[in-house]
Design a protein around this ligand. Structure first.
Ligand SMILES: NC(=O)c1ccc[n+]([C@@H]2O[C@H](COP(=O)([O-])OP(=O)(O)OC[C@H]3O[C@@H](n4cnc5c(N)ncnc54)[C@H](OP(=O)(O)O)[C@@H]3O)[C@@H](O)[C@H]2O)c1
Length: 329
């Protein structure tokens, strides 16, 4: 008996209702590809940008960029993985919301035995993001004060733990007391709760002896961008890496001079792991920090793959903490 495969597809952009659960036939992997039987799929805010049309994609389209599973077939010329390997990935063409899929084998990393499929699906995209933000975009050093917005979120909980382990003082923002408690249990020393953007800089300066932080990691975007700049030390770095509240409005670059010769970057993970050597090195470092206990991966929401619309609603409505995964049946 052959197994029917399913994938979440969208034929138009819009709300969660555009997500359709459809029978698909992944077919044999093409040269350079592997077919992965997926055991767990990660949900990320970028999936909402693709679904809503904020980040345009050709339609119809699959969705999702993070999953873990087992290689069940390889195409010609594949050397990175073999049939039976436990693997995971972050990035690549949309289509992770699926029971099985073909994907370029050079995007796959082998999983250590100590990392489950669920954990891998919860950490690949968010953890590799935390890695490049803290280790490459701005290399966090002991004694740094850093500000991490959405500290109880998927990227946020991993980034708080990692920044603390690197010796930083972590200041986070969250919207509720429950989120504050979770962030504090995960390395965030000061969890600023429900602070209006206009009041943020004063609170951050009060916690840093008036100096401000060396780096702000801002995945919220429109609502917090300007307030974040005001939290920085002279020559500090503004890392605007997401737009959960909407895209940042255009502004005059001279403002960066006025506010202290600030650095600004708007990075995306996919450039940092475009070279396979960078992907493998970052994943090795991430897995090592999970296996040595530095990073706890908080899977706070689990849904059936077919119920992914509910996962999207909760993430967009700020009702989630930590990581959300989808489980193919
Ligand atoms: N550039 C990259 O390489 C990269 C890679 C991965 C993720 N990202 C970005 O990082 C951010 C976090 O991603 P994630 O998947 O881990 O999501 P998440 O942080 O788990 O969820 C988003 C959080 O943002 C906060 N938020 C503030 N204003 C919001 C609004 N108007 N609508 C919705 N949420 C709002 C909420 O936390 P509070 O309720 O506590 O405020 C919410 O829980 C996203 O912007 C994502 O696009 C960027």
């Amino acid at each position: 008996m052959t197994m029917t495969d399913f994938a979440v597809r969208m034929h138009r952009t819009g709300g969660p209702e555009v997500l359709q659960y459809e029978a698909v036939e992944p077919g044999a992997p093409a040269p350079g590809e592997a077919r992965v039987r997926q055991h767990a799929v990660g949900v990320n805010f970028i999936d909402i940008y693709h679904r809503s049309g904020l980040y345009p994609v050709p339609l119809p389209s699959g969705l999702g960029q993070e999953a873990a599973g087992v290689v069940e077939a390889i195409g010609p010329g594949v050397s990175e993985v073999a049939v039976g390997d436990r693997v995971a990935y972050a990035g690549g063409p949309l289509g992770a919301y699926a029971t099985a899929r073909n994907i370029s084998a050079d995007r796959l990393v082998r999983l250590p035995d100590g990392i489950s499929f669920d954990t891998a699906a919860a950490l690949m995209l968010k953890g590799l993001t935390a890695h490049y933000l803290l280790r490459r975009t701005c290399r966090v050093e002991p004694g740094d004060a850093v500000l991490i917005h959405a500290a109880a979120g998927g990227v946020g909980l991993i980034a708080c733990q990692w920044a603390r382990a690197l010796g930083a003082t972590v200041i986070g923002t969250v919207s509720t007391p429950d989120k504050a408690a979770l962030a504090q249990a995960n390395g965030c020393e000061h969890a600023l709760t429900g602070v209006a953007p206009a009041d943020l800089a004063a609170q951050v300066r009060a916690l840093t002896g008036g100096r401000g932080v060396r780096v702000v990691y801002d995945g919220i975007g429109r609502d917090t961008f300007m307030a974040s700049l005001d939290c920085l030390q002279p020559m500090g770095m503004m890392v605007s890496y997401g737009n959960a509240s909407g895209p940042v409005a255009p502004f005059e670059p001279g403002m960066l001079a006025q506010k202290g010769s600030l650095f600004l970057t708007r990075p995306t993970l996919f450039h940092y792991i475009a070279a396979r050597a960078d992907l493998v090195a970052a994943a090795d470092e991430l897995f090592a920090r999970v296996l040595d206990g530095t990073l706890q991966i908080n899977i706070q929401q689990r849904h059936a793959l077919a119920d992914c619309a509910r996962a999207h609603e909760a993430l967009a409505a700020r009702r989630t903490t930590g990581s959300t995964i989808l489980l193919p049946q």
